[in-house]
Design a protein. Sequence first.
Length: 327
Amino acid sequence: MEYEISVIVPVYNAENYIERCAGSLLEQTMKEGIEYIFVNDCTPDRSMQVLEAVVAGYPDRMNHVRYVHHSLNRGAPGSRNSGLAVAKGEYLFFADSDDWAEKEMLEDMYRIAKEKDAAIVRCDFFSAYATHEEIMKQGNETNPKECVKLLLSEKIHGAFWNKLVRRTLFTDHKIVFFDGYWDDLRASVQLFHYAPKIAYIPKAYYHYVHYNVNSLSVQNHEQRLNEVIQNTDGIIEFLKEKNLRLDKHIHYLKLAAKQTLLFTCDKSAFRQWLQIYPESSPYIWSYPSLPFHLKMVGGFTALRLWPLVDLWIGLKKWHISKMKKRF
């Protein structure tokens, strides 16, 4: 059977969230033409039992739901690849099992895709925290090269859950998800480069959850940093292969890759920041996505003004201690 959209959802440690996620996808106002592919990535909890119970409540959808079971945990990239390998839809939509979508999301995005003959449709999204949500505007740029620049400088989010992508864009260019964190950004850069036409909807449909500590995207910081660097190098290699002269934006990408080292109170992390992609450190003042206070401490580090870095760390520790006493 042919489908307009294949929805691909990796499932891992989402027992408390999968009901909301699956329900929001199964209740889409687009009643026909959707297939659902749930990839069980060896989840150790009851996520799959909960999911199957939810699906049973939608008899009109049941024949269009399929389950892929991994024998070994392969992480989010491997799960997305498993879904991609069996998908039949004209377009692909990837969701995370702890997030959820507005009911009209797929209908609206598919309509725009057909009206605009777009290979990629993107939209705004909600960042969902434990106590509130924030709408994250993604800008109205539709030129492929300019979109690649915005991806590199973190002005467009690299994830796939706010995008609808024509499946042949993956298959024609043999694009897959590489292992590790930032696998989605790496694939997004390739897809936006090859996309003949991109469309944008200035509306938020997707709720991106930040508070599930058991999700696929939460892991050891050092491991995550190494994976980010690996995929950053892969992105840079791709851009060089395609002779895309985006030197300034590549420096922004490198700064983004190591920026979490500036979030700590550990002086060794600042020394590590200095050692990773040192050629990009001077660009920190022009990097558009970094808050001023982090540009400042990064600037101190780049100039090796260690007394000022020590002062920053001391002030931050004092502030954290004060906040702990308050609560």
